[in-house]
Design a protein around this ligand. Sequence first.
Ligand code: AR6
Length: 184
Amino acid sequence: MNDIQMGQTHIVLLQGDITVQHVDAIVNAANSSLLGGGGVDGAIHRAGGSAILEECQQIRNRQGGCPTGEAVITTAGRLPAKHVIHTVGPVWNGGSNHEQQLLAQCYSHSLQLADEHQLTSIAFPNISTGIYHFPKKEAATIALNTVKEYIEQHPATSLKQIMFVCYDADNLSLYQQQLQAMNV
Ligand code: AR6
């Protein structure tokens, strides 16, 4: 199963590169410095150009970076998306350091920020499941459950489409299984 309707919002799964998505916002799996890095963060800054980093630096000057579980919004520079929402996932450290709760907050805070800016579409990568080593299955469950809860709690959300852009086949398959199991 690759898509589902939840309230007024269409949830879509796909495998691919988030930097080429034509949506109001793509979400970046950033780090607290907001200065870029490897993985999807590196790909977004490379493809979007220096305008993204310049805005990240302004945010750093104002608030000193971005804590884990929080989110900030910038331009998307040269990307086809209009904005980048940078969120900082938890580093997996065994699961007893609030990793699950912090990962859920990445999704809910990104959705909240999108709503505040009246965005209609957003694309998420599989936050924390790369360099930060969060177990993929548990991360997929948290991502989809958090989105479901958000939509239930915000029936008037501006978001009409929420995409999960899985880079690897593993993640796509886990999201498909999870979506099927949700029985929405
Ligand atoms: N499009 C979609 N997903 C991608 C792409 C892409 N172009 N490239 C990688 N992924 P990661 P994290 C997937 O490591 O685990 C950075 O250095 C990847 O396969 O990008 O949250 C930051 O600066 C994986 O499933 O992010 C932080 O320091 C997912 O994106 C740190 O990595 C997330 O993997 C954050 O680690």
